[in-house]
Design a protein. Structure first.
Length: 271
């Protein structure tokens, strides 16, 4: 029994290595360089050594709910705890997966908020129709408003591709995650768990509760008088607790003043 328990923990590493080696073999046979590789696999289990072979992790089957037990709130916890545990490349099913037609039905608002979260930090932007095909479950294609919302944030995800790739390269040699707890940069902010840094330049406070139209965000002090810029309005802030509006499509995102990627995304959103 003891040996079985030991191998239970080793198995994900072995499976990851098999997939990794298969891709390496395919690329070698077809003269495909590592930088031009288009094959990828992702896993939802592993141990401390698995990241040597695993391209990407997925956070498993969250329920289509707002809760902190298995809903959208656990996605943020998974991103941050997984990231600092050495698993830098993470993503989730946008909208969640587990549904029960009479108990758990995905709302349009939940789906849209999940889209917003995934655009700022997730390595992969992947939706899921869910475990039930009930017509009551909101889908990306359910109506024009949802489809437009998805288009806007998928374009933001694409616009941030160069920034994300730079962070992924950084992760290769430093192990730094893409989505970082506030304490990653500010050791005294270990108790702030509802917002995070996306790389070094962006601060994000996802909306993880329903019917939320404004939210409090804490902005830490920056060096040399640098300010935080609100992505959607351009308003500049120094530090401290602030309250911002966060209607659908306006996830609270701030970037450091005069940074390449923040300025670029800001200009892009203004056409």
């Amino acid at each position: 029994m003891y040996k079985r328990q030991i191998y239970h923990n080793q198995y994900p590493e072995e499976w990851a290595k098999i997939n990794h080696d298969a891709i390496e073999e395919y690329n070698k046979e077809h003269n495909i360089s590592t930088h031009n590789n288009e094959l990828i696999f992702f896993m939802r289990s592993g141990n401390i050594k698995s990241s040597s072979y695993t391209n990407l992790y997925w956070l498993g089957d969250q329920t289509v709910s707002w809760d902190s037990y298995d809903g959208i709130q656990t996605v943020l916890y998974g991103f941050l705890s997984g990231g600092i545990s050495g698993n830098s490349y993470l993503h989730s099913d946008i909208g969640g997966y587990t549904q029960f037609p009479f108990l758990l039905v995905r709302s349009k608002e939940l789906l849209m908020r999940w889209v917003e979260l995934a655009a700022f930090g997730s390595v992969l932007f992947r939706t899921h129709i869910g475990s039930s095909l009930s017509v009551k479950n909101a889908q990306i294609y359910s109506d024009l408003e949802t489809l437009k919302h998805f288009a806007i944030f998928s374009n933001i995800f694409a616009e941030l591709s160069s920034y994300r790739i730079a962070l992924m390269k950084e992760a290769e040699y430093s192990g730094y995650p893409l989505m970082r707890p506030m304490s990653f940069f500010h050791s005294d902010l270990w108790d702030i768990s509802d917002q995070y840094m996306f790389g070094n330049d962006f601060l994000v406070h996802p909306v993880l509760t329903p019917n939320t139209t404004q939210i409090q965000v804490y902005l830490p002090k920056l060096q040399n008088g640098q300010k935080w810029v609100h992505l959607w309005t351009g308003t500049k802030y120094i530090e401290g607790n602030i309250v911002v509006k966060c209607g659908i499509g306006k996830i609270p995102v701030f970037f450091k003043e005069n940074t390449l990627w923040g300025d670029r995304l800001f200009r892009y959103l203004r056409g």
